[in-house]
Design a protein around this ligand. Structure first.
Ligand code: HGY
Ligand code: MN
Ligand code: MN
Ligand code: MN
Length: 399
């Protein structure tokens, strides 16, 4: 099936028409439909499909038990109202690259795998790259099983509902031993390549990044009868934290985002008892990131003291800086000719897998740089160039 046909087939799945964004949350009907699409694409190519114990999907060209497999892929889940390309572009390009290799008569000397990692965005259960973290043992299985979504459904129950055994999750050394190298193609999440006039780029590193939960506790009270000076309002401390996060990140050259907030009891005419907010923070170095968070926590506690509120800060997830395998990175660069080598602030499964095996990334030009939003876009011509580049890389690595 041609790239465009695959793209047209997958595009409507999980798209929320009111916004044009995607709501493909792990183990929900939309994402299960994406899994069915993956399985159909794989089996139509004669690839053998397996879901590993952690919920990741693998499609094999050749016998993976021979080991030293060359694996490519990405993820199918999305952020709330995410774009069409973040994740799926890597999976569609992987199948397209297999087609290109076969059309050229290439027979791989090593197994080739197409992978789709589960819960890469962490949009449902809060931990990004959950599938690859479980595979590599980067998260405690018991902690993972207990993760819940906003409706209180646990990962364990969601997995069981999808026919998986949550008791079986955890590092899968047998599977990791099968994989010799992992190359992930991904839409660029930024706009360097348009300025460099480069349809494809090679990844050099992933910035350190993490997610922190801020719980602001105050005293619920009547909006219309409580004097200002008598209020213990967690919304006030929260609002100052948002402003402080932006200012401290800007001064430090880092990135900080407050994109998710819950308020209780969430009534228009009631001063809240609690505000819960998550901060996504990233920086080019661990020192900068650590300094921004330490400074922000200090400022937040000082503000809470002034407001009479209480605040607790919990680091929910953290990814140290990842430098992709240098030999592989240089090999791809040499193979693809004069392509830029770029670091990214976006997390990826390739970054998590780098702890266990050589990994690399290819980026496909994003004309506007917009990502994690309905406006995310890549020209089909660039997508095809990306698939060709991926096929070139797979041919070299699987020869
Ligand atoms: O959040 C990220 O950086 C990635 O897109 N999951
Ligand atoms: Mn993403
Ligand atoms: Mn992604
Ligand atoms: Mn990613």
């Amino acid at each position: 099936m041609l790239f465009e046909e695959m793209w047209r087939e997958l595009a409507p799945v999980g798209r929320f028409d009111a916004t044009g964004g995607y709501r493909r949350y792990s183990y929900t009907p939309a994402e299960l439909e994406c899994r069915a699409w993956f399985t159909a694409q794989a089996t139509s190519r004669g690839l053998t499909v397996e879901a590993d114990a952690n919920g990741n999907l693998w499609a094999w060209w050749g016998d993976p038990d021979e080991g030293n497999a060359v694996v490519t892929g990405s993820h199918l889940d999305s952020v709330p109202d995410g774009g069409a390309f973040d994740g799926p572009l890597g999976v569609v390009s992987a199948f397209a690259a297999v087609d290109l290799l076969r059309a050229s008569g290439f027979t791989p000397a090593k197994p080739i795998g197409v992978a789709a990692f589960v819960e890469e965005e962490g949009a449902r259960f809060g931990i990004a790259c959950l599938g690859s973290r479980l595979l590599t043992g980067a998260i405690d299985p018991a902690k993972a099983r207990a993760l819940t979504d906003e409706h209180g459904v646990s990962l364990a129950d969601a997995m069981a509902g999808a026919g998986l055994d949550p008791a079986a999750i955890g590092r899968d050394q047998r599977l990791l031993d099968r994989v010799g190298v992992y190359v992930e193609l991904h839409i660029e999440q930024g706009r360097a390549q348009i300025d460099l006039d480069a349809p494809v780029a090679v990844g050099s590193a992933i910035w350190p990044h993490g997610r922190w939960r801020f719980d602001f506790e105050g005293e619920a009270n009547h909006a219309g009868t409580t004097r200002i000076e008598d209020r213990v309002d967690p919304m006030l401390t929260y609002a100052n934290t948002v402003l402080a996060a932006r200012k401290k990140a800007r001064v430090a050259g880092a990135l900080a985002t407050v994109g998710k907030v819950h308020c209780e009891p969430n009534g228009t005419n009631a001063i809240p008892s609690r505000v819960r907010a998550w901060i996504d923070a990233r920086a080019s170095t661990e020192d900068t990131l650590g300094a921004v968070l330490a400074d922000l926590e200090k400022a937040t506690h000082e503000r809470a003291d002034r407001d009479g509120t209480r605040v607790t800060v919990t680091r929910e997830s953290y990814s140290a800086e990842v430098a992709f395998d240098a030999a592989l990175r240089d090999n791809l660069g040499a193979l693809l000719g004069d392509v830029p080598v770029l670091a990214t602030g976006a997390g990826h499964d390739a970054g998590v897998l780098a702890s266990s095996l050589p990994t690399a990334m290819l980026f496909v030009r994003n004309p506007t740089g917009v990502s994690h939003a309905p406006g995310e876009f890549a020209e089909m011509t660039d997508c095809l160039v990306g698939a060709e580049a991926l096929a070139t890389v797979l041919r070299k690595l699987a020869a």
